[in-house]
Design a protein around this ligand. Structure first.
Ligand SMILES: [Zn+2]
Ligand SMILES: [Zn+2]
Length: 260
């Protein structure tokens, strides 16, 4: 049976996600599409307990801990290390740099917070989930300066060109593609999707945001990672089964979790 992993979703932001039963319905719908594992990604410390508790209560759901670059919330490396000390927390993030939605004067704080996350990843050995928007150079430079190649991680919802993908691959990171790759005008990104080596590719929904074609405009949900996987498999001239198998192996290897 085919196994897909949604390597990046926000289950606590889905509509009706206040109850575990409602979230379970989304997961059941996903399993009907072969989507068996889910990484529930933290964006701030206020909602992290909910993200972690969903992972602890629901089968095959993992969690991360981190503060999104656009969330102005101070966090230290020590705090992150402390919060990451939980069996279901397998990653640090999402962190990184986002200059698109940013107030310019918050850039130094973003960068400092990013550095704290990288140090926590290297300290705990839990890989990084990187959010990068309109901040290619600074993101890659800080990853290099803080030696993020030690623990590695994933460039989530990757939307940049091949040159940037190449630079991220060179420091050992994986490239995760979201529904954006299915959009008609995403030709540069589709080029990246063809070129990423088999052993460095992941797929994700980033739900509830940015549903892939043919669900564009609707609330995104983990089941739809299958649409992205089908589209990417097609671009690469691979079967869906092959794409599912390589991306699931990659997830398992990167985050050190056994998936059956
Ligand atoms: Zn993000
Ligand atoms: Zn996200």
């Amino acid at each position: 049976m085919m196994t897909l992993v949604d390597s990046h979703c926000h289950l606590n932001m889905l509509s009706g996600s206040g109850t575990l039963e409602a979230v379970q319905e989304y997961l059941d719908a996903a399993r009907d599409q072969g989507v068996q594992y889910f990484l529930n990604v933290s964006v701030d410390l206020e909602t992290f307990p909910q993200v972690r508790d969903q992972a602890a209560s629901l089968d095959n759901v993992f969690a991360s801990v981190g503060v999104h670059p656009n969330h102005a919330c101070e966090v230290s490396c020590e705090e992150l290390i402390d919060l990451a000390d939980h069996p279901d927390v397998i990653a640090i993030g999402e962190t990184g740099l986002d200059y698109f939605r940013n107030e310019a004067d918050a850039i130094p704080e973003q960068q400092e917070r990013f550095r704290q996350h990288i140090r926590a990843a290297n300290e705990t050995g839990k890989p990084l989930i990187i959010h990068m928007r309109d901040a290619r150079e600074d993101t890659l430079n800080i990853l290099r300066q803080e030696k993020a190649d030690q623990t590695k991680g994933v460039m989530h919802c990757f939307v940049e060109d091949w040159e940037t993908a190449r630079a991220a691959l060179d420091i050992g990171f994986m490239i995760s593609l979201s529904g954006i790759v299915t959009f008609k005008n995403a030709t540069a990104l589709q080029d990246v999707a063809r070129k990423v080596p088999d052993d460095r590719l992941l797929v994700e929904t980033d739900s509830p945001y940015l549903a892939p074609v043919p669900h564009r405009g609707k609330e995104n949900q983990p089941a739809y990672v299958r649409n992205t996987a089908e589209f990417v498999a097609d671009l690469r001239g691979q079967s869906l089964e092959h794409l599912a198998s390589i991306t699931t192996d990659n997830f398992s290897r990167l985050f050190g979790v056994a998936l059956n």
